[in-house]
Design a protein around this ligand. Structure first.
Ligand SMILES: Nc1ncnc2c1ncn2[C@@H]1O[C@@H]2COP(=O)(O)O[C@H]2[C@H]1O
Length: 315
């Protein structure tokens, strides 16, 4: 019986099922058990028996999530085959699925929170992101409650390396906050000039959102491209404006900041040094904004992510 427990424990450590993001903690527990109680089979048997029911529930939930993920990916692949979508696009879609699953262990984080009572959603959103949002320069001077309302409307999205998040001249319908990874503001021939690289905690896409449609003020002022994999929060213009209706003072603060951003854009004659030489800058480099808390950091699996990153860079 004791030897059996030891064998099961070792099998669990080596098994593939525990390599999924949600189960890698279990793999760690088994490894700990194995190393701590090796040679004490009775203790190991007792501990494993007690944990068994709990583990069964965890494994059940994780398997359901994986089944959902698989079904979604298989359905999408079948759909792409039906419409003979080019292989290159199909590979990118597959990479997106695999990266999303590997990095956050679910396809849509917001789905998870949607089912919770508002009070819990607020508690989670505040705990994870409020401190970070309070440090974002754009939101300084805005009502705290307005920031909380905003946190509840954020959607999470992942862009693949080289994907364009916004295109110059398009109408701005959403703004972005970088959760992890980086994006580059690019322009010039073949977008070969990098004006600035924005990292975790930075905001972009806000300029066209804060301008009126008059005289094309709501158009994107630059191209923004994902630099490596980029995990972003998206805030839609409609959601932002729905919220601002209730906070006229914050509305004034943001409108003023919007005017300042446009002014600095007009002052493109005095951009940051390296941009000046190239003569294409819109406005100076933004001050660094703080890093977002690593909310889902413990779900990351560096090995698989690195492989996916390499794969995506090769395509
Ligand atoms: N020089 C710059 N430095 C930092 N961000 C920029 C710069 N130029 C453009 N952007 C960002 O790129 C975005 C493009 O879309 P928007 O014009 O909506 O908002 C723009 C800014 O957020």
């Amino acid at each position: 019986m004791g030897r059996k427990a030891e064998t099961h424990c070792r099998a669990a450590i080596e098994s593939d099922i525990l390599t999924s993001p949600s189960l890698c903690n279990l793999r760690f527990i088994f490894r700990l058990l194995y190393t701590s109680f090796q040679g004490q089979p009775i203790i190991m048997t007792a501990v494993i028996s007690v944990s068994f029911l709990e583990m069964r529930d965890v494994i059940g939930a994780a398997t359901a999530a994986q089944t959902y993920f698989r079904a979604s990916m298989d359905g999408c692949v079948a759909y792409m085959n039906t419409y003979t979508i080019p292989k290159l696009v199909q590979n990118r879609v597959r990479t997106w699925y695999n990266y999303t699953w590997a990095s956050q262990g679910m396809l849509d984080e917001s789905e998870l929170l949607d089912k919770m009572p508002l009070v819990m959603r607020i508690a989670i959103a505040v705990d994870i992101n409020l401190a970070t949002f309070q440090k974002i320069q754009l939101f300084q001077g805005c009502d705290q409650q307005m920031l909380v309302d905003m946190l509840l409307r954020l959607k999470s999205i992942i862009y693949l390396p080289g994907d364009y998040v916004v295109m110059k001249g398009d109408i701005g319908k959403e703004m972005y906050i970088i959760k992890s990874g980086a994006v580059q503001v690019v322009g010039g021939p073949d977008n070969s000039i990098v004006f600035v690289t924005l990292k975790a905690g930075c905001v972009f896409g806000e300029i066209s959102l804060l301008q009126s449609a008059k005289d094309g003020g709501n158009r994107r002022t630059a191209n923004v491209r994902a630099y490596g994999f980029a995990n972003l929060f998206v805030l839609e213009k409609k959601d932002l404006f729905d919220i601002l209706v209730h906070y006229p003072e914050s509305q004034k603060v943001l409108a003023k900041k919007g005017r300042q951003l446009i002014k600095s854009k007009a002052a493109a004659g005095a951009p940051a040094k390296e941009e000046k030489q190239k003569g294409l800058a819109l406005f100076g480099q933004k001050p660094p904004t703080p890093k977002l808390l690593k909310a889902f950091g413990n779900l990351r699996k560096a090995g698989l992510l690195d492989k996916l990153k390499k794969g995506a860079e090769e395509t």
